[in-house]
Design a protein around this ligand. Structure first.
Ligand code: ZN
Length: 1018
């Protein structure tokens, strides 16, 4: 374990060059240079067959003829005798839904008998993937084979040598159509033109039909493996030769830390000449200099887009300029003027910005002038053709799924932690809530929020609404009873520890650990301090304070405060929609427990905790506690919220030298979803403290992240460098150079949180740019993240060539983080269509979605009728009367005009794309406002590789529908003067064709797709 931590330290401090390497993140996030998001499972075989990864895909030892024995190279290994039916099974879900696979492991073969298999994975004897190290009955030598019906891809090589350790790795790379076998870190044999999808090998619908064996053939053969085994791994990505080489060399050195060299950027994307101007830049002549003002200490906000001068009469778009991104504010410490030189991808142009640094000014932090409507005030409607919208479809999938859930399943691990009996029919959840997963309880928190939102959103069906009311009541009552047991005597007069800071180790132990196994979990709730509630004992919270890192061992932890945030937020959501006082009581108890513990820690400890990769991930604890303080009027909760300040991210260092508060990008290379909710917390704390830094932190973060880290669907995570699909790229504005990780991009929960942050910021600053982003992320990621017919949903959404969405958790019984936020997203889809001013004198129409708003405060309603985005207009009808400002969003893409008719009469308006248009009027009952905003096609290039671009039509991202997997970007040639000349199709169906290839909205795409295209303008 030590080794990995060292490697990670080295890798990350190199990735985050210049940006305070003292805070390099640790924990088991990168193994042998490969981010954990690429790893499905890992079996070290040091004394058990448990999965080392966070996925808890533990193996099961079958038979008895095995032993764990010492080994000079690997310390401890598993020995299978081959004498009787002894082998290992791996859960069938390990391979479900994957596109490609890599299997690696060490084998010390002790018998030359043919028919032995290293592993054999498949759904049947006729559909399998295996490695026979000493040959099959038919063929001698090392055999690697895929058999799928009539397809048979087999390779042969020299047999694996006897009585010595060999490293075997097999890569099935579906896009590249290869199956490669590596022996001792070197490619031994490869078969090309493997025309296959893994769904032909495995059952993607019913996991348990997959047979994943180590040491036993699927076909009923009676030859069992006689070998020693070590470090068997399954990856969801096709590893490169270099990555396999590194695993081999690190292993050979017994995991010697010296073997851990810096992580290399995985180079598996097509490379283009850096000096070839692409797309509109090919016609670019010059980019004028700009002038920017800033105040002492604050890095300037440099314009990402500057009007360019083009040749040949081409009306090119504003030019994307990439500016240097300092890691501190040393350039702006005194008033004066300096010049910054930027670059334009693919050109030698060097646009300049003259920065004028002025003396410290005043604070510009705005007031919160808007409020959101309650969920029950907005109802989603069918479109004008009476068709269900995507909004309604997705909502109904989740409402139906949630209605069918058994609350006892979501309470299972809570009762387990408190040593209580399970009621009849209760079943534990799988995924990250299983018995030994250190994040268990997280799904329960999301569930509390989801049923609260479902309750508030189902006013259209009284029976349904009553069911959700019942679920809320039951959940809260049970959690209330448990929380009241914490820190109280078990029986009258018994011993107990009520003080949260005096929690002792479990009986018989000298320290704290995260053992949650049935045999190992502590259930002495009387010692946990008053008010404690969680699905595990308090140890993980205490271990975090003592320096524990993220990982699977009992000395490691996984984000205790993250889990707690979900639970507390869920309880407050229930309180706010139903007035359930017990729910608030539980949240208060735990808020007090947290304040007691954190308020006695030195600042250095807090800084260290909140900067620890994933272990210190606390979701939006700061947001939840600030909210709790506002609900209860109790100041200590707001103090507790501020103890979660991520000092390094917010202020650069303990002296508050710079950080996001002064527009310094402190999050490059960090885990995206660990940090976005912390920013939501900053804006929530600002609401109550009015300390302007908190606003600046949120505002600067949003500006940097959406301009310099965002994919076209609105997602912001997915780095090749550092090699982790959940991290921001190592440097800003380098999405092509450092992004598009093979392990995936666009973690869906990160976009959930980006939307939440965006909505919060808009209440303070009514910039249309915010709601333009909201529309982008909502339509092109959140709506696009749900399966066609079920509530199954995405985790990462890969946008590499020919990718396919992977959906999980159809039965709501095994949650990842993103499966959790999906419950929330799809039960509140109506929450940002309208906002109102706090004084109820203005209405904001942000999104064009068929819906009815009941503006209770003004005693009127507004109906919006449209088929948007299948048409380019919407009709608002005001039912009620009175004077108010109607503010309607003129989207940034509405470059062909924005037309307003009031009661059928065309109005003369000066509407600017990317702004709000205010219509002030004394409204009377039945007044109508028609808004028309013609859609057009436009490209959104990747900032540092302009030819790689997404095609949009109005708000809708169009994806090429791909017939199969591919390794290259789809090439498209479009008319330089007007790209729409190259596109045909039906806007009312949002279906288009370019060169015979069909393009559909990404939110209507379920097969293989290309969201990014390699575009040439002619
Ligand atoms: Zn997630």
């Amino acid at each position: 374990m030590k080794i990995n931590r060292l490697i990670v330290g080295i890798v990350l401090s190199l990735c985050a060059l210049g940006s305070a390497p003292a805070f390099a993140q640790d924990g088991d996030q990168i193994l042998d240079g490969i981010g954990e998001t690429g790893l499905i499972s890992r079996y070290q075989f040091k004394g058990d067959v448990r999965d080392w990864s966070r996925n808890n895909l533990h193996g099961i030892m079958q038979g008895t003829d095995f032993r764990f024995m010492p080994d000079s190279l690997f310390g401890n290994v598993l020995a299978l005798s081959g004498e009787s039916e002894t082998y290992i099974t791996i859960p069938g879900e390990a391979v479900s839904g994957e596109e490609s696979l890599t299997i690696t492991g060490w084998i010390y073969l002790r018998s030359a008998k043919s028919g032995q298999v290293f592993f054999d994975f498949g759904k049947s004897a006729g559909s399998r993937f295996f490695v026979a190290p000493a040959g099959t009955k038919e063929k001698p030598g090392l055999q690697t084979a895929i058999v799928a019906g009539s397809k048979d891809y087999t390779t042969s090589y020299d047999a694996v040598p006897l009585n010595k350790w060999s490293h075997l790795a097999v890569v099935i790379d579906i896009p590249a159509k290869t199956m490669s076998t590596y022996l001792n870190g070197v490619l031994a044999v490869e078969v090309k033109d493997v025309a296959l999808e893994l769904s032909q090998l495995f059952d993607f619908d019913t996991d348990k039909n997959n047979q994943l064996y180590i040491g036993k053939p699927i076909d009923g053969g009676k030859t069992f493996l006689n070998a020693k085994l070590s470090d068997f791994r399954i990856y969801r990505i096709p590893l490169t030769a270099r990555q396999i080489g590194r695993i081999y060399y690190t292993g050979l050195r017994g995991g010697n830390p010296q073997a851990g060299r810096r992580g290399q950027v995985e180079q598996s994307l097509p490379v283009f000449a850096a000096t070839t101007p692409q797309l509109y830049n090919a016609f670019l002549v010059s980019v004028p200099d700009t002038r920017v003002e800033t105040e002492v200490g604050h890095l300037p906000r440099l314009p990402r887009y500057v009007k360019g001068v083009y040749s040949n009469g081409v009306a090119g778009p504003d030019v994307r300029v990439i500016w240097p991104a300092p890691a501190d504010n040393s350039q702006v410490l005194a008033p004066g003027t300096y010049t910054v030189t930027g670059k334009v991808a693919g050109t030698s142009l060097q646009p300049r910005a003259v920065v004028n640094v002025t003396a410290d000014g005043h604070d510009h932090a705005p007031q919160r002038t808007l409020e959101a409507f309650d969920l029950e005030q907005v109802t989603l409607n069918a479109d004008i053709h009476n068709h269900k919208t995507k909004f309604i479809e997705n909502r109904d999938k989740f409402i139906t799924g949630l209605e069918a859930t058994n609350p006892d399943n979501f309470l299972y691990m809570f009762r387990n932690a408190f040593g209580q009996k399970q009621p009849e029919g209760a079943k534990p959840l799988g995924g990250w809530d299983s018995q030994q997963t250190k994040l268990r309880g997280h799904a329960t928190g999301h569930y509390l929020t989801a049923i609260a939102q479902a309750y508030a959103s189902t006013g259209y069906d009284a029976v349904l609404q009553a069911r959700f009311a019942g679920k809320m009541e039951y959940m809260v009552n049970t959690l209330y009873e448990l929380s009241k047991m914490s820190g109280q005597p078990r029986t009258a007069g018994g011993e107990y520890v009520a003080d949260p800071i005096a929690v002792p180790p479990a009986a018989g132990k000298t320290g704290f650990d995260s053992d949650l196994s049935v045999e190992g979990i502590r259930t002495d709730f009387q010692n946990w301090g008053k008010g404690f509630i969680s699905a595990y004992p308090p140890d993980q919270f205490i271990m975090l304070e003592k320096g524990a890192t993220y990982g699977g061992s009992n000395a490691q932890i996984w984000a205790p405060y993250y889990t707690l945030h979900k639970i507390m937020a869920g309880l407050m959501d229930i309180y706010e929609v139903s007035g359930n006082e017990k729910a608030l009581e539980i949240a208060k108890g735990m808020g007090t427990w947290v304040h007691a513990r954190l308020s006695q820690l030195p600042k250095e400890t807090l800084i260290s905790m909140w900067n620890r990769y994933i272990a210190g991930e606390f979701g939006g604890m700061n947001e939840a506690l600030a909210r709790l303080s506002r609900i209860t009027g109790e100041a200590s909760y707001l103090k507790a919220a501020q103890l979660f300040d991520n000092i390094r991210l917010f202020y650069g260092d303990a002296d508050h030298s710079h950080g996001l508060a002064k527009n310094v990008d402190m999050f490059r290379g960090l885990h995206s979803n660990q940090h976005i909710p912390q920013i939501i917390g900053a804006i929530e704390i600002y609401r109550d403290t009015e300390s302007p830094e908190y606003y600046s932190i949120a505002d600067n973060f949003w500006d940097i992240v959406t301009h310099d880290y965002m994919y076209s669907i609105g997602g912001v995570a997915g780095a090749r460098n550092p090699n982790n699909a959940e991290c921001f790229t190592a440097q800003p504005a380098t999405l092509y150079e450092n992004g598009f990780a093979a392990g995936g991009q666009n973690e869906t929960c990160a976009t959930y949180n980006m939307l939440k942050l965006t909505g919060s910021l808009f209440l303070f600053n009514q910039s249309a740019e915010l709601m333009d982003y909201y529309e982008r992320g909502l339509y092109n990621h959140i709506l696009a993240s749900v399966a066609e017919h079920t509530p199954a949903n995405t985790y990462h959404v890969s946008l590499r060539p020919g990718s396919m969405k992977q959906f999980g958790n159809e039965e709501m019984d095994g949650f990842s983080c993103c499966n959790g936020t999906a419950l929330e997203s799809s039960t509140k889809l109506q929450n940002s269509i309208y906002f109102r001013s706090a004084d109820n004198q203005a209405l904001y129409v942000n999104l064009y979605v068929p819906s009815t708003l009941t503006w209770t405060e003004r005693n009127l309603s507004v109906t919006q009728a449209t088929a948007y985005p299948k048409e380019d207009k919407t009709l608002l009808t005001i039912n009620g009367k009175g004077k108010f400002d109607l503010n309607v969003r003129v989207p940034h893409w509405a470059t062909k005009g924005f037309f307003v008719k009031i009661n059928g009469k065309e109005m003369k308006v000066a509407a600017v794309p990317g702004s709000y248009l205010t219509i002030s009027r004394k409204w009377k009952k039945g007044d109508t406002v028609e808004l028309r905003m013609p859609f057009s096609f436009y490209l959104e290039p990747v900032m540092d590789q302009q030819n790689i671009a997404s095609l949009f039509y109005g708000p809708v991202l169009l994806a090429a529908q791909e017939p199969g997997a591919r390794t290259e970007w789809r090439k498209v040639t479009l008319d330089a003067s007007d790209i729409s000349k190259s596109i045909t199709g039906d806007p009312s169906k949002l279906e288009f064709t370019i060169d015979g290839v069909v393009y559909k909205p990404f939110f209507d795409t379920y097969g293989r797709h290309s969201v990014y295209l390699d575009v040439v303008l002619k």
